[in-house]
Design a protein around this ligand. Sequence first.
Ligand SMILES: *[C@@H]1O[C@H](CO)[C@@H](O)[C@H](O)[C@H]1NC(C)=O
Ligand SMILES: *[C@@H]1O[C@H](CO)[C@@H](O)[C@H](O)[C@H]1NC(C)=O
Length: 444
Amino acid sequence: MFVAAGSLAVRFLRIPGCSRCRWAGMSASAWLEPGAKCLFDEPVRVRVNGLSALQQVTLKASLTDEKGETFSSVAFYQADKRGELDLSRSPSLDGYYTGTEPMGLFWSLTPANPLKRLVKKDVATSPLRVRIEVFDGHSGDPQGLPLAACVNERWFMSKGVTRIPVRKGRIRGVLFVPPGNGPFPGVIDMYGSVGGVVEHRASLLASHGFLTLALGYFGFDDLPNHFLNLDLEYFEEAVNFLRQHSKVTGPGVGAIGISKGGDLVLSMTTFIPHVRAAISIGGCNANTLGNLHYRNITLPGLGISLDRARFLESNIIDISETTNNPRDEENKDCIIPLEKAEGHFLFVVGEDDKNWNTSLFAQQAIERLKENGKENYEILTYPKAGHLLEPCYFPFCYASFHQLAGLPVLWGGEMKEHSLAQIDLWPKIQMFLRKHLEKQQSQL
Ligand SMILES: *[C@@H]1O[C@H](CO)[C@@H](O)[C@H](O)[C@H]1NC(C)=O
Ligand SMILES: *[C@@H]1O[C@H](CO)[C@@H](O)[C@H](O)[C@H]1NC(C)=O
């Protein structure tokens, strides 16, 4: 089960039932607590012993994703007087991060090709395997045999969660059902311009007791390959499908979306009464890019002005100033009339978002709610965080290929602040959903 290249594998001694592994003839060992397997969003404690007193060592983490992209991180540590290291207590002295950061090796995993975003499509049958190695001395590019190594399997579905592809009526997506009889809060989960069905967040939510539908809306199965004309009846059908599920706490459900998925969840909550809680991450207060139809209403898509795009080194573009301002007269019809919503909103803002001016959009959304005497919102703002706020420990992505732009775009944020924002945000997302979805019946 250890991932070791070729002939190196024979050097591993496996200790049955133990998460440690050690090099034959070497005294140092590295292990993980509480164990070598965990959910992707769970912290682990990385420990090393058998080093010499105050020995300087380099810790390296590495993984290869499903597309074969390699990610790695390196940090410099010093063992204590007993020759031990505990990453929950020992500070990194230098490397990809500094200071006491128990999960630093994980969130600082950086792609060898700087424009890659981690891909994890198979959430059901394989974990992400993070290999952790300990090398003598301080080196940014440690070579040769490590003193000790271990592998952390980070899974997306806890035991008993079932994954069910959904192809019912017009709905295309994947349902994740927690173990047990429930009832569970129901949540619809959507990503943005990346298209398809993204399952990593939905499967983690199900692992924490939410019955979650990862919903496709373009670029999947027989759905259109663009979102120039979406109709909200499609999303309404998904809401009804979910809320009628026998294990879902009724009568309402929640919705979480990032980027384009963010404005969609705001529109859903505004027009579909059974959406009780909406989380918009890096989203807009206007319907963006394509038209959105609902019965006799059409919200045109907020446009962009490409002349305001800036080309950076290596063909990356900064599109942070390209999206038009919803408040400008010609864009007024794009604005989502949020004040009509009965559900609750959570706006999540990375202040250094380089995809959209998310701070501005959230501020406009809140002003509109306040002007209408509404208080059904919360906002979480993270300085120096970017657009792609993912579940905790997801590696930071600085820039990557954007389907619509046809080029790599900057997402914004600084690695440490963005990663710490994700760690803060992930439990708050779950608390918000529970608060508004769990006790609905008793409130009626
Ligand atoms: C849409 O239909 C509703 C109800 O039939 C009506 O009250 C409303 O004025 C119509 N809106 C538009 C924009 O036509
Ligand atoms: C975002 O909007 C604010 C308020 O209008 C403005 O000051 C800021 O320059 C905008 N940022 C970008 C990147 O356009």
